[in-house]
Write a protein that binds this ligand. Structure first.
Ligand code: COA
Length: 167
């Protein structure tokens, strides 16, 4: 991502009303619901803002969550403690405004999410994402995310592996 954009926590000043990433559910969530989730601390939300125009170019949300150990695919599950769940952070929503397609912004948002999770002072072994459709699943798979057992649209990556992507 160039210095054209800054990624920062969602604030009132961010104009959300015309956000269009190409998926109605994601657009509707970002326009109408995300601020309530942030207020209730169900999620944090980070926004990519184009510095020259102040336009919102993309966003992602993070929530604490966990993954049942039985859903973690082999060989990733092999060396994990036998606790019933794996502490993880969920990328609940991620979208990039369609005016900024193919400029590396989706990747920049994902890498920022990884950095945020890796540096948070809370244990999280993995990062995972609910892909809204097959294309979104392919996006995450391109970065090494693996589908969970019996949940092909939920993709999973250990934080240690994710960090090696961005360093
Ligand atoms: C998925 C999305 C975030 C990708 O954003 P983008 O800005 O177009 O992606 P980038 O330009 O950063 O692409 C980064 C890399 O991912 C790859 N990529 C992008 N979309 C992809 C897809 N659907 N499948 C496979 N790879 C994909 C690109 O080819 C690129 O790889 P390269 O550097 O080797 O060329 C964007 O298409 C989007 O907002 N879609 C609608 C909402 C959505 O699907 N969100 C996903 C979470 S539910």
């Amino acid at each position: 991502m160039s210095a054209r954009f800054v990624i920062e926590p969602l604030a009132k000043a961010h104009q959300r009303a015309d956000f269009t990433c190409g998926n109605d559910r994601i657009d509707g969530y970002f326009r109408e619901t995300v601020s309530q989730d942030v207020k209730r601390k169900y999620a944090t939300c980070f926004v990519a803002r184009e510095i020259a125009t102040d336009r919102v170019a993309g966003f992602y949300t993070l929530s604490s969550s966990n993954v049942p150990l039985t859903d973690v695919p082999e060989p990733l599950a092999t060396r994990l403690p036998r606790y019933p769940t794996v502490p993880a952070v969920l990328i609940g929503w991620l979208g990039r405004h369609r005016d900024y397609a193919g400029q590396g912004l989706g990747e920049a948002l994902l890498f920022d999410a990884i950095k945020t999770v890796a540096t948070a002072p809370i244990g999280a072994h993995a990062i995972f994402a609910d892909a809204i459709d097959d294309q979104a699943a392919a996006f995450y798979a391109a970065f090494g995310f693996t589908p969970l057992v019996r949940r092909p649209r939920t993709l999973y990556l250990p934080v240690a592996t994710a960090l090696s992507l961005i360093s």
